[in-house]
Design a protein around this ligand. Structure first.
Ligand code: CP
Length: 321
């Protein structure tokens, strides 16, 4: 049984894309489409989660994920608390389990968790009281499911559907929870081909078994691609130097105007952020007409509203007032 689903097959926790059926992913995308206009109104909220309490529990740094979860909760009229981990009792040695018990005693309804350890979000979902939902905001190298879904929304908005698409994921696939979740989502949603592109030291072994084709030359890997997703070098997760230097990495794998011309003429360029200009992507591309990087950020709010509403058991009716 998938711990993420309740006995009726509805989303209870959102921990990983793995094991979720296509219809559920499409429900999240459709629900996000209904929520997106809320952010464009004069009054940017709906009362769906009024009276609910959400806690942002970020044990790792974040700009995009943390702030868009906070905005998403506010646009759903939930109360949100950002626990400052560095200033919390965790820094005095309190265990994760005791922190969870303490927050539970405050009658919270949802934990949004980012943690440096793979499996941390599932560990927490197994510990908490049955009325609490847990959303994984990125755990170690394992999964970042809401990032994958905001990326799917961005692709669907640009390309209308997934069938026939060739998607190239370029860079540090080995340490990337985003890449793992994207590969699962793209294959579940039925794209034609998922390519992973990078040096041997940054491509995980057995990645073909996840439904990908491996390329070690960027020119071949992005040729004809409809979507090019660039990844950040995750230096903080590398045990030792896996690359000669950032400069040489850019020479071999950086996305430049010359290289992008090899992709489909209407290809979109994505990056989950934070971007390192001149390391994995040229500024002219990051800020150029084919870049949808800032649209990814905006779409993150709508996707996170959808996931929060679905997990707390409120069906998304963005028109509600
Ligand atoms: N994409 C992403 O997870 O960015 P943050 O680390 O800023 O949340």
């Amino acid at each position: 049984m998938n711990i993420q689903l309740d006995k009726h097959g509805r989303l209870k926790h959102f921990l990983s894309i793995e094991g979720l059926r296509r219809e559920l992913l499409v429900d999240i995308l459709d629900s996000a489409e209904r929520f997106a206009p809320v952010g464009e109104r004069a009054v940017k909220n709906v009362p769906l989660l009024r009276g609910k309490t959400v806690v942002n529990l970020f044990f790792e740094p974040s700009t995009r994920t943390r702030s868009t979860f906070e905005l998403a909760a506010k646009r759903l009229s939930a109360d949100i608390m950002n626990l400052n981990i560095e200033a919390s009792a965790t820094s005095k040695g309190e265990s994760l389990s005791d922190t969870l018990r303490t927050l539970e005693a405050m009658n919270c309804d949802m934990f949004v968790v980012r943690h440096q350890n793979s499996g941390a979000a599932e560990f927490i979902a197994n510990q908490v009281a049955s009325h609490i939902s847990v959303i994984n905001a990125g755990d170690g190298r394992h999964a970042h499911p809401t990032q994958a879904m905001l990326d799917m929304l961005t692709i669907r908005r640009a390309k209308q559907n997934f069938e026939g698409l060739v998607v190239a994921i370029v860079g540090d696939v080995k340490h990337s929870r985003v890449a793992r979740s994207e590969i699962q989502a793209l294959n579940t949603l039925g794209v034609a081909e998922v390519r992973v592109v990078g040096p041997k030291t940054l491509i995980p072994s057995q990645v073909e078994a996840l439904g990908t084709k491996v390329f070690h030359q960027i020119e071949r890997g992005i040729a004809g691609a409809d979507v090019v997703i660039m990844l950040r070098l995750q230096n903080e997760r590398m045990q030792s130097a896996l690359l000669p230097s950032a400069h040489e990495y850019f020479q071999a794998y950086g996305l430049t105007e010359r290289r992008l011309k090899l992709a489909a003429s209407d290809a979109i360029v994505m990056h989950p952020g934070p971007i390192n200009r001149g390391v994995e992507i040229d500024s002219a591309i990051a800020d150029g007409p084919q870049s949808v990087i800032l649209q990814q950020v905006s779409n993150g709010i709508a996707v996170r509203m959808a996931v929060m509403a679905m997990a707390i058991g409120t069906q998304a009716i963005a028109g509600a007032n």
